[in-house]
Design a binder for this molecule. Structure first.
Ligand SMILES: [Zn+2]
Ligand SMILES: [Zn+2]
Length: 298
């Protein structure tokens, strides 16, 4: 493998390149892919930006960043005496490996969960492992289901997809839409059901509270379901590739759990559109002209 691609990842599958793998690069922008992945995807993920975009590896970007930090340090020598540890690393991955090792050292008493180790969980979680690993331990050891996750509360439901919890996120979104749909239906069939305007007002408050309750549910139970998802996916990977090296398995786990902002936004957007279409279709069939979208933003 060319030295340039050491510590870099395939743009299609997100897995680190290994020495024995065939790598091809996009002729337009230089983005590297596994040959297999390139053949499967068939087009460069940066096609839209071709002309303005040129690939720079994580390592190159980090090096630039570290160089900036370094020069800032030299220009302001007083800030270097703040007692922080300074790492001299070649790549972001190397930096992460050092941090992960420190964390695993601290979490020595972390017991395996269904045959899944702390190291594997840390790989899956990626960013913010120092938050999740102790939380997972607590959930497991002390049987504490309640470990508030404020990111999940604030960025509900996008955060679910960001952490690759697609099923959890979709279920949450379906419930969210259902509470809105209930409001629409009650409103429309108020006469048939014999509901007074007072009843309707109560129904509105109740459905609004259900939406809030879902949000609070995510705040309280996200971490628990995240642990379950991580353990399940890691186990699947280990069963699927029983003969692969430890390093490669860890790379697969990392790629499978990698949080992705673009992925999260795209996924929640598509789910929302899909559900909007489904409910609009139901409403149209029932002869209801109220727009689901309008009702949702109210
Ligand atoms: Zn690949
Ligand atoms: Zn390209």
């Amino acid at each position: 493998m060319h030295e340039q691609f050491k510590n870099e990842k395939c743009a299609a599958c997100g897995m680190k390149f290994f020495d024995d793998e065939d790598i091809v690069v996009c002729p337009e922008c230089g983005t590297p892919y596994h040959r297999e992945c390139w053949n499967r995807v068939g087009t460069c993920i940066h096609s839209a930006e071709h002309g303005s975009y040129e690939w720079k590896g994580d390592s190159a970007e980090l090096r630039e960043h570290l160089e900036n930090v370094e020069s800032a340090r030299i220009n302001n020598p007083e800030t270097s005496e703040d007692g922080f540890e300074i790492f001299h690393v070649e790549s972001y991955d190397e930096y992460r490996e050092i941090m992960d090792r420190k964390l695993l050292e601290q979490q020595k008493d972390f017991e395996e969960i269904d045959g899944v180790t702390a190291q594997e969980l840390l790989k899956f979680v990626g960013k913010n492992g120092y938050y999740y690993l102790p939380v997972f331990k607590d959930i497991r050891k002390n049987n504490k289901l309640l470990k508030l996750n404020f990111a999940s509360f604030l960025f509900f439901p996008i955060h679910c997809f960001y952490r690759r919890m697609n099923l959890f996120g979709v279920i949450m979104m379906v419930l969210l839409f259902l509470s809105t749909e209930t409001r629409i239906l009650l409103n429309y069939f108020a006469d048939n059901l014999g509901l007074s305007s007072g009843d309707l007002a109560v129904a509105y408050v109740v459905t609004a509270m259900i939406s809030l309750a879902l949000n609070i549910f995510a705040l309280m139970f996200f971490n628990y379901f995240y642990l379950k998802t991580a353990v399940r996916k890691i186990k699947t990977i280990k069963q699927q590739y029983p003969d692969e090296s430890r390093e490669r398995i860890l790379a697969r786990i990392e790629a499978a759990g990698k949080p992705g902002i673009f992925y999260a936004i795209a996924f929640s957007f598509c789910t929302a559109i899909a559900m909007m279409l489904v409910f609009q279709l139901i409403n149209n069939t029932l002869g209801i002209s109220i727009s689901v979208l309008k009702e949702l933003v109210n």
